[in-house]
Design a protein around this ligand. Structure first.
Ligand SMILES: NC(=O)c1ccc[n+]([C@@H]2O[C@H](COP(=O)([O-])OP(=O)(O)OC[C@H]3O[C@@H](n4cnc5c(N)ncnc54)[C@H](O)[C@@H]3O)[C@@H](O)[C@H]2O)c1
Length: 269
């Protein structure tokens, strides 16, 4: 993966990326690693995680740590954050990418599916946010006599929303509920984590060319591309580069509590 921002911008830093086995999360991990970060990759399947880790290593990045976990399971998330801390002693950033869809119109939407979608997106985001604070950042704050940290260390969270949180999307009452909540959670976390000098932001992509869009088909994807101002849907690298920029304190060090629309101009708030 090509360095497009400051080369080695994240040298000496550890970043956790969830949903790292494929799609956007995989690409985010590759781009952060290309800029020097030590990655902790989180996803469900250890085999696919090992492949993702090998890809990063082959491309010249630091060998990633693979922490298989279901982001919706409290003990899994506690363990994943523990693994990251044990291996590196420091977590600089968390990118909460993992996601699922269970599309169905409201009359046919099962409560089980609604809960599953909320659990992966919203509860997963909450659990990683809480654990990085509980196991690490809040302890640093306490050690600092409960004073805001002034150690100059880069700390950030980037959460994943979607254009559909603002614009709605048929079949996605669960997904849009979770994404809207993630935007709200981002603002509250930004306020609480200001004492850790952690910047907390979210990105809200439009359609991105990943397996999540497989069911939509080529014609649907082309139609969505035409609905943007840039004439195409996003590639994962478009989103990964935006995440990388937000994570870089030299570029976005004065920005917290924001939701960045990365939708090719398909929707303007
Ligand atoms: N693709 C799009 O068009 C699009 C648009 C807007 C927002 N997003 C958001 O971007 C994020 C990534 O989407 P994507 O398109 O790369 O999806 P994807 O389906 O290609 O990849 C999602 C990854 O998350 C992992 N995952 C799912 N459930 C998990 C769990 N419980 N624990 C751990 N890992 C889990 C999957 O195994 C997979 O590797 C999601 O939050 C999605 O809502 C995607």
């Amino acid at each position: 993966m090509e360095c497009v921002l400051r080369e080695r911008a994240f040298e000496g830093e550890t970043h956790i990326v969830t949903g790292a086995a494929q799609g956007i999360g995989n690409c985010v991990a590759q781009v952060l690693a290309a800029h020097g970060a030590q990655l902790v990759l989180v996803d469900l399947d250890p085999g696919r995680l090992a492949e993702a880790a090998q890809e990063i290593k082959t491309a010249g990045g630091l060998e990633p740590i693979a922490a298989a976990a279901n982001v919706a399971e409290e003990v899994d998330v506690q363990r994943a954050v523990g693994i990251a801390l044990e291996a590196t002693g420091c977590i600089n950033g968390v990118v909460n990418v993992a996601g699922i869809t269970r599309d169905a119109r409201i009359p046919k939407k099962s409560y089980e599916d609604f809960k599953a979608v909320m659990a992966v997106h919203l509860y997963g985001t909450f659990l990683f946010t809480r654990e990085v604070a509980a196991q690490h950042w809040h302890l640093l704050f306490k050690k600092n006599d409960n004073q805001p940290l002034a150690d100059g260390v880069n700390r950030f969270i980037v959460n994943f929303s979607s254009v559909s949180a603002r614009n709605g999307n048929i079949g996605q009452i669960d997904y849009t509920a979770a994404k809207g909540a993630i935007e709200a959670v981002t603002r509250t976390t930004a306020r609480e984590f200001a004492s850790y000098r952690a910047r907390v932001n979210a990105i809200a992509p439009g359609p991105v060319n990943t397996p999540m869009l497989e069911k939509i088909g080529t014609e649907g994807i082309q139609a969505m591309g035409r609905a943007t101002l840039v004439g195409r849907i996003a590639e994962p690298v478009d989103i990964a580069n935006t995440v990388c920029a937000i994570a870089d304190p030299k570029l976005f060090g004065y920005t917290s509590g924001q939701v960045f629309a990365a939708n090719g101009g398909m929707y303007m708030a």
